[in-house]
Design a protein around this ligand. Sequence first.
Ligand SMILES: [Zn+2]
Length: 103
Amino acid sequence: MRIKNKMENKTKICVLCGGEFIGWGNNPQPLKEEGECCEICNARKVLPERIKQLRERLSKKEEEEVVIVKKPKKSLGEAVKEVSGNLNEMGENISKGLKKAFG
Ligand SMILES: [Zn+2]
């Protein structure tokens, strides 16, 4: 137990701010390939950078998908669904109108 605590409490140097920290280090990628960074740098620098990169990747992916999606307008199944949905609605309106008129 004692040895483990000693290990965890070992002072480490943050590769991002150069400050000393105690406890578990954080992976500083993508800002640094090696070493460990402190909680503060992890929260303020590493995580926002990861989110930024993730967003960039996602927005690129979205652009690609939009290009692909643009080609076929609608699938047959979707078109049929939409039309039958409209027909149902029309039928409901007609029966409502008839009920009102001849009620
Ligand atoms: Zn730091």
